[in-house]
Design a protein around this ligand. Structure first.
Ligand code: ADP
Ligand code: MG
Length: 530
């Protein structure tokens, strides 16, 4: 018997993971890629293509390439590739087979047993088809596991109490939200909702349309309905979207896009994260409605939830996390390798089923919110010195996030970036971590100078803050080596409290000046409030 694997057979990407001494890890291909795009195709000469190579030819040769076959699992849909027809199970089997080979090459032994995941809403027919795909690929399928359950396994906490977890999964072409109840090692999906036509692909198409419009505006020429050109723009739209998850701005450059009267026209468009957020906001609103429906089907209110887990590549978009957090106030939102965690959970389950001792992954989170002092617009007008959070508490680390700020005065030439850690809405009430200035800003009206502040928080708790003035590109950084400075753990805080109160008890036995005692009592109150 060889090693066991867990497989996330996704609509857009598939992933294979296994266990090493009880710890799950994702198996890369020989180039180091962790994801296998769920594309299958035939090359011009009839050679079988799977993954990246197949997805690359999709634009040029859609008739020889299949994508998103998962949508057809369990139906009698047939695809034609060259002159042959294939059933969905067979196409899926080709993907699974390719992952099996990847695993065998990396592990140097045969791999025969697998746990394969499916969406919670999959019918019996769809599950059966998935199992058949596994068998065609040469696997013994140990279990067909629900994706949200697999994701929840990765976050499992050591407790015997029942936990209610909401899994929000926004992938490339599908969106699912499930409410899962976990008691010890038993998990049950209580409700599941979603839209299997909503995901990152929609965001790419919105951005593609935006690029086409902007090109038309600036060049006065329509982008032709040419498959190759449109596909090129769709791919740069996806790259821009991914860049905007980490940066507040990006520039899309597509030289020689079209020609007009013998001159080549280039596309060059700046996109801000804010513009992108406007484009996708309507889609995300729909996902929030699905959360409410899933909760009401499970007969729960947000306060019954112990945590929210974000799954799927599209949850890397900062707005997604912000909206989910705002919608489910007070429920901690966690995310850990959102494209990989379903496969990692499947590998854990494969280990459990074959009697291997498994360890849950210890996810490390950032214990306090990190941000800067800024003027914040409120219903009562702008308020200075507010704490603008860039990395919220409980974000899984390592992480990097950024935010854009604007000047508040006309001809403002300096901005000061003051970094704080804590949860108080007033910046100065938090723990200061350092500050720096960016000078020599271009003399422009208030609000016209944009500064991107980028926070990078690594596994060792080191925070690097970089501020960049967008126009002239001036940049400055600050490295905070120990973000724990000046902060007591809750244990230390309790100890300190006890020490201080026992000191007061002993003082009270001595006859002391009343005035003095009063002021000390105030100090003590302050300490408790903190
Ligand atoms: P699926 O479960 O549908 O197979 P994934 O969970 O792998 O898909 O998600 C794929 C989607 O995630 C794609 O649309 C991809 O563009 C998007 N994606 C991946 N990384 C990022 C990122 N950093 N920011 C925004 N979207 C991302
Ligand atoms: Mg998925």
């Amino acid at each position: 018997m060889g090693k066991v694997v867990g497989i996330d057979l996704g609509t857009t990407n598939s992933v294979v993971a296994t266990l090493d001494e009880g710890q799950p890890w994702v198996i890369p291909d020989e180039d180091g890629s962790l994801l296998l795009p769920s594309y299958v195709g035939l090359s011009e000469s009839g050679q079988l293509l799977v993954g990246q190579v197949a997805s690359r030819q999709y634009g040029a040769a859609p008739e020889r390439t299949v994508k998103s076959i998962k949508r057809h699992m369990g139906t009698d849909y047939q695809v034609t590739l060259a002159d042959q027809t294939y059933r969905p199970q067979e196409i899926s089997a080709i993907i699974l087979r390719s992952l099996k080979q990847r695993a065998e090459a990396a592990l140097g032994e045969s791999v025969s047993q697998a746990v394969i995941t499916v969406p919670a809403y999959f019918t019996d027919a769809q599950r059966q088809a998935t199992k058949e795909a596994g068998e065609i690929a040469g696997f013994e399928v140990l279990q067909i596991l629900n994706e949200p359950t697999a994701a929840a396994l990765v976050f499992e906490v050591e407790t015997d109490e029942t936990e209610n977890v909401l899994v929000y999964d926004l992938g490339g072409g599908t969106f699912d939200v499930s409410v899962v109840e976990i008691t010890g090692s038993v998990t049950e999906v209580l409700a599941s909702h979603g839209n299997n036509r909503l995901g990152g692909d929609d965001f790419d198409r919105q951005l593609q349309r935006y690029l086409i419009d902007r090109f038309h505006q600036s060049q006065g020429v329509e982008v032709p309905e040419d498959h190759g050109i449109r596909d090129r723009l769709l791919q740069s739209a996806e790259r821009a979207k991914i860049a905007l998850s980490d940066h507040a701005f990006t520039t899309v450059r597509e030289p020689f896009l079209v020609s007009k009267e013998d001159t080549a026209l280039h596309l060059e468009v700046d996109i801000s994260r804010e513009d992108f957020e406007h484009l996708i906001h309507p889609f995300l609103k729909e996902t929030l409605e699905a959360i409410d429906r899933a909760l009401s089907d499970a007969e729960m209110s947000p306060s019954d939830l112990n945590r929210v887990i974000l799954v799927g590549g599209s949850t890397r978009i900062p707005l997604v996390q912000r909206l989910v957090e705002a919608h489910l106030t007070d429920v901690p939102v966690s995310s850990f390798e959102p494209e990989l965690c379903v496969a990692l959970g499947a590998a854990l389950q494969a280990g459990v089923l074959t009697g291997e001792a498994v360890d849950n992954i210890l996810v490390d989170v950032c214990p306090h919110s990190l941000g800067i002092a800024a003027v914040i617009d409120t219903a009562l007008g702008p308020i200075p010195n507010m704490f603008s959070v860039i990395i919220p508490r409980n974000t899984v680390i390592p992480t990097s996030k950024s935010q854009v700020y604007f000047t508040t005065f006309d001809r403002q030439s300096i901005v000061e970036v003051e970094v704080f850690q804590g949860e108080n809405p007033v910046a100065q009430e938090n723990v200061p971590l350092g500050s720096f200035e960016i000078e020599g800003l271009p003399p422009k009206p208030a609000g016209d100078v944009e500064v991107e502040v980028h926070f990078d928080f690594d596994l060792n708790g080191i925070l690097t803050v970089t501020a960049t003035e967008k126009g002239m590109g001036q940049q400055k950084s600050l490295v905070v080596n120990d973000t724990k400075v000046g902060r007591l753990s809750s244990h230390e805080l309790n100890q300190a409290r006890q020490q201080v109160s026992s000191l007061f008890e002993s003082l009270e036995t001595i006859d002391i000046d009343a005035d003095w005692r009063e002021t000390e009592d105030e100090d003590r109150l302050n300490l408790e409030e903190e």
